[in-house]
Design a protein around this ligand. Structure first.
Ligand code: FAD
Length: 470
């Protein structure tokens, strides 16, 4: 019963790329099977990524607010403490509910779900080692590889998920570490560093590059780093980890300046390795059927998500492009639309990116550095949340909206927002960018008062004219 009949579409991997592709394919009337080895659907994102991290970010933020801000708002209680098992249980419940929800969506849409490890036998056959110990072969006219990504390991640093953890271990620590060292200042490291910092850990972030989150607009990045430093997060930039000693009670890291020089040591109770993610294709048998990959191990596809092997497609983290859940979902929908003979479209230049710290940082389109390097004449409009009435009313006014627009036409090129809810505010900008709007188009839309969104309108006014409130 496991889908040994011919399918129109077989999806390998049940993450945001794979499960969305499977549901969409079924909705388009295609006979569809999805193969997932994990035992639960939702991939990295739902099980050990986006969702559990946001659960812990929210819970830890509540604790931090209760401890440090509530009294200021006139809300007092004698003491606040962390119940870590309860915090973890709420996270686990959220994950379990959501992954089961996808199983429900599979049933509703009649997607056949096979639990097991898939590997290509031919371009139209996948052999699955099922979770219950059996083997079954799933055949399909079109096979979509959506196997996602895995943690990138660092040479000489062995992850044990206890004291030296990946993001997965960092989402399930049993105690609050006194000292946490984060290797890698990307968004995952900063989010997990924020969680444990709020709960009381001393957090030091070690980064090889000269900057945190390299993809961020430079001016916003500077303000962001300052905001994190105010929260007592320490940064050691241009620094590399050259040795790890786990023999003692604490982990001893040996550090060296990126350019070489004198070594120093740093002690930690827990070390989080978050130096990036790599495409995951182990055991898939891609070499057997001759699928082309790049040097980084990503599957090469054309604009229709087709690999060089007819009938074999790839989407999500396993192909080039932003390694984000919503990008994987867009890939999944477009890929099956093409398979079904319809038009599909994903524009990687308009994929929003969000760092879910406090404040959040969100962006869409180009950074000022990118616009400069393109040689385009541009204008910048900025508006600080310190001048936004809602942000002042709730006393959470750290942040800025920055809009870049083409000088001649006022067409929006990029929008960068640092604000408590930047991840929600960014979609107005994403919509504007997708519609090739000008900054004046945003400025002339009536925005409700008092809202954080008014800062977007004012920054838009500042781009081609003058803002009112500053
Ligand atoms: P995945 O989600 O990795 O799913 C691939 C699935 O394929 C896995 O479940 C795997 O078990 C399965 N699989 C692999 N090989 C096989 C095989 N041979 N047979 C059967 N099954 C197989 N992104 C965001 O957009 N927002 C966030 O806030 C965010 N937060 C994150 C936080 C953390 C800590 C991490 C680690 C990641 C985060 N991400 C976030 C990134 C996001 O999780 C990924 O971009 C997204 O999951 C990619 O989706 P995917 O479907 O391509 O792959």
């Amino acid at each position: 019963a496991s889908g040994s009949d011919d399918n129109d579409v077989v999806v390998i991997g049940g993450g945001p790329g794979g499960y969305v592709a499977a549901i969409k394919a079924a909705q388009l009337g295609l006979k569809t099977t999805c193969i997932e080895k994990r035992g639960s659907l939702g991939g990295t994102c739902l099980n050990v990524g986006c969702i559990p991290s946001k659960a812990l970010l929210h819970s830890s933020h509540m604790f931090h607010e209760a401890k440090h801000s509530f009294a200021h708002h006139g809300v007092k209680f004698p003491s606040v403490e962390v119940d870590l098992p309860a915090m973890m249980a709420q996270k686990d419940k959220a994950v379990a509910n959501l992954t089961k929800g996808i199983e429900g969506l599979f049933k509703k849409n009649k997607v056949n779900y096979v639990k097991g490890y898939g590997k290509f036998v031919s371009p139209s056959e996948v052999s699955v080692d099922t979770i219950d110990g059996g083997v079954t072969v799933v055949k399909g006219k079109n096979i979509i590889v959506a196997t996602g990504s895995d943690v990138k390991s660092l040479p000489g640093v062995t992850i044990d998920e206890e004291r030296i953890v990946s993001s997965t271990g960092a989402l399930a620590l049993k105690e609050i570490p006194k000292k946490l060292v984060v290797i890698g200042a990307g968004y995952i490291g900063l989010e997990m560093g924020s969680v444990w910092g709020r709960l009381g850990s001393e957090v030091t972030v070690v980064e090889f590059a000269p900057d945190i989150v390299p993809s961020m607009d430079g001016e916003v990045r500077k303000q962001f780093q300052r905001a994190l430093e105010k929260q007592k997060m320490k940064f050691m930039l241009k620094t590399k980890v050259v040795g790890v000693d786990t023999s003692g009670n604490t982990v001893k890291l040996t550090l060296e300046p990126a350019a070489g020089g004198e070594k120093t040591t740093l002690e930690a109770d827990v070390v989080l390795v978050s130096a990036g993610r790599v495409p995951f294709t182990a055991g898939l048998g891609l070499d057997k059927i001759g699928v082309e990959m790049d040097k980084a191990g990503r599957i090469l596809v054309n604009e229709r998500f087709a690999s060089n092997v007819p009938g074999v497609y790839a989407i999500g983290d396993v192909i080039p492009g932003p390694m984000l859940a919503h990008k994987a979902e867009e890939d999944g929908v477009a890929c099956v639309e093409f398979i079904a003979g319809k038009a599909g479209h994903v524009d990687y230049d308009k994929v929003p990116g969000v760092v879910y710290t406090h404040p959040e940082v969100a962006s869409v389109g180009k950074t000022e550095e990118q616009v400069k390097s393109l040689g385009v004449a541009y204008r910048v409009g900025k508006f600080p949340f310190l001048a936004n009435s809602r942000a002042k009313a709730i006393d959470d006014a750290e942040g800025i909206v920055k809009i870049l627009a083409e000088k001649e036409t006022d067409k929006i090129l990029g929008v960068h927002i640092m604000a408590p809810n930047a991840g929600e505010l960014i979609h107005e900008a994403a919509l504007a960018l997708s519609y090739d709007a000008s900054s004046e188009d945003i400025a002339r839309v009536c925005h409700a008062h008092p809202t954080m969104s008014e800062a977007v309108k004012e920054a838009a006014m500042a781009t081609y004219d003058k803002p009112i409130h500053i």
